[in-house]
Design a protein around this ligand. Structure first.
Ligand SMILES: Nc1ncnc2c1ncn2[C@@H]1O[C@H](COP(=O)(O)OP(=O)(O)OP(=O)(O)O)[C@@H](O)[C@H]1O
Ligand SMILES: O=P(O)(O)OC[C@H]1O[C@H](OP(=O)(O)OP(=O)(O)O)[C@H](O)[C@@H]1O
Ligand SMILES: O=C(O)c1cccnc1
Length: 487
């Protein structure tokens, strides 16, 4: 199948084999329709940071809206054989899949929202078979986009108001790695991408300069700049480091002076190697001395939030940052590690039975119930988050238990303002949520970050934001762990 056709077909098989074998097992044992609650959450903020930006929900919605097993999907499943050559799945099960319509309720945290460990980004309530089947694609989509949106937000924060352009496609982890990263990076706050496919599909502004090969293709740097300037007289950026950076800056200036009378405007110069502080300071002096005071200095070369911060501290005169590899590959944390866990099952009597996954490490033990996250705030910003079980009534006096030290508890004063993070997205399979456009999501992320204290946003040893379990949920969880361990 041609590459372009893969993404054009059904994504119903975008899941692990074990989701289908479990689905078959649920169907055979009569558990397929049993009502279940699953939560998708992560356990640690990425990049040893203090926050995470939720991203990817729009693609989850599109995937779920289109979740139907077509003839070609079922034919493939019918072709799968066990070790004895017998079909893996019975025809009756394949017929069940053919008629299956997505009927779960989905609640999710809107894209661009800041989130913290253990908080459900998505909650799925519905038939066990369906709610299980979608685990892998939901994780695939949200883990990656959330990771990249967070990385981009850190980089944009380090750039302190300078423009950041995403240049990563060539170094991304494959085609969707590039496309999804461009979308997520935009949510995280970059101004533009060099990726035209992302520009076309996601309406992200596109920007670019030129490569070293452009300069190499001419007999001299002057000729190269002049030809590019002739072709693009407005806001052109010349890459100046092909041979000798400061000589390149001088040639960019003389070209701009030569083409000026024809209406040419030098938008910027780009530095892509060498000591970026020294070169940007010297380049700024040359540009200013020639009257090009509003010409931008763009820098690229394996940059990330740490290097940008260093360069700024060193006094670099860079005001536009081109960031590729380290943003789209989420350097130096290649995956978010989000998980999807069963938290409640409805019994035959109609009651909810809460479920937990035990682990030697407390942070890896899942949370039981049907969870919601309440975020408390005052006029200066966000104060604390409380994860609670919506199926139980809340006590009058609310306290949040620190997940890392259960002796530390934070009382919530009555009448403290709050919002609930999970909002309805699908009600029994029907989409009830209006998807915001990407520009609004980017604005949401910016506003959300402004509500976090600076000490939580800093990239080095940030303060941890108070987020934990509501006290009665904490007690229930502890009792359940003890009961299961004793059993
Ligand atoms: N002043 C600086 N302080 C800290 N790091 C810097 C500074 N200037 C550049 N860097 C970073 O140092 C790294 C290596 O740059 P270096 O100059 O050694 O090689 P290079 O410029 O990539 O060489 P080339 O691209 O020609 O192979 C890059 O990640 C670059 O962003
Ligand atoms: O450095 P990044 O953050 O990944 O940004 C993207 C890089 O892509 C281009 O490099 P190119 O492919 O020409 O290779 P280079 O690294 O030799 O410059 C560009 O000049 C940037 O350096
Ligand atoms: O337009 C640019 O300057 C660009 C695009 C992709 C990668 N590096 C640079």
């Amino acid at each position: 199948m041609a590459l372009k056709d893969i993404y054009a077909t059904s994504l119903s098989l975008l899941t692990d084999l074990y989701q289908l074998t479990m689905a078959y097992g649920y169907w055979k044992s009569g558990k397929a329709e049993q009502e279940a609650v699953f939560h998708l959450y992560f356990r640690k903020n990425p990049f040893t940071g203090g926050y995470t930006i939720a991203a990817g929900l729009e693609h989850v919605v599109q995937y779920l809206q289109d979740l139907r097993f077509r003839d070609e999907d079922l034919a493939y499943l019918a072709s799968l054989k066990g070790s004895q050559g017998q079909p893996l799945f019975e025809q009756g099960f394949l017929d069940y899949l053919r008629n299956m319509e997505f009927s779960c309720s989905v609640d999710a945290v809107p894209e661009g929202t800041v989130v913290f460990p253990s908080e459900p980004l998505i909650r799925v309530t519905g038939p066990l078979l369906q709610a299980q089947l979608i685990e892998t694609p939901l994780l695939t989509i949200l883990n990656f986009q959330t990771l990249i949106a967070t990385k981009a937000a850190r980089i944009v924060d380090a750039a302190k108001g300078d423009q950041v352009i995403e240049f990563g496609m060539r170094r991304a982890q494959g085609i969707d790695g590039a496309l999804s990263a461009a979308r997520a990076a935009y949510i995280g706050g970059v101004s533009a991408t060099s990726d035209l496919l992302a520009g076309q599909h996601y309406n992200i502004p596109v920007r670019g300069t030129h490569a070293h090969s452009w300069v190499q293709a001419f007999d001299s740097e002057e000729e190269a700049f002049e030809a590019y300037g002739d072709a693009f007289p407005q806001d052109t950026v010349f890459l100046v480091d092909t041979y000798d950076t400061l000589e390149g800056v001088k040639k960019a200036i003389s070209t701009a002076q030569k083409l000026g009378p024809k209406g040419f405007k030098l938008g910027g110069i780009r530095l892509d190697s060498g000591d970026l502080t020294y070169l940007s300071v010297e380049a700024r002096k040359l540009l200013d001395a020639a009257g090009f005071t509003d010409t931008n200095i763009v820098a690229s070369n394996d940059l990330d939030e740490r290097l940008i911060t260093h360069l700024k501290q060193e006094g670099a005169k860079i005001n536009v940052w081109g960031i590729g590899t380290k943003m789209v590959t989420a350097y130096d944390q290649p995956a978010l590690g989000g998980v999807y866990k069963l938290a409640a099952l409805r019994t035959e009597q109609g009651d909810w039975e809460y479920k937990i996954k035990l682990s030697e490490q407390l942070v890896k033990t899942s949370n039981p119930g049907k969870l919601q996250v309440r975020r408390y705030m005052d006029d200066s910003g966000y104060m604390a988050d409380m994860i609670y079980n919506q199926l139980e009534s809340l006590p009058d006096h609310l306290r949040i238990v620190d997940p890392l030290d259960s002796t530390r508890r934070k009382s919530i004063a009555p009448d403290t303002k709050y919002k609930e993070l999970l909002v309805p997205v699908f009600e029994q399979g029907k989409l009830t949520y209006t998807l915001p456009d990407l520009q609004s999501i980017q604005a949401t992320a910016k506003e959300e970050l402004s509500k976090l204290h600076e000490s939580i946003r800093r990239y080095l040893n940030p303060h941890s934001y108070p987020a934990g379990l509501e006290e009665s949920l904490h007690h229930y969880k502890t009792a359940l762990i003890l009961k299961l361990r004793n059993e």
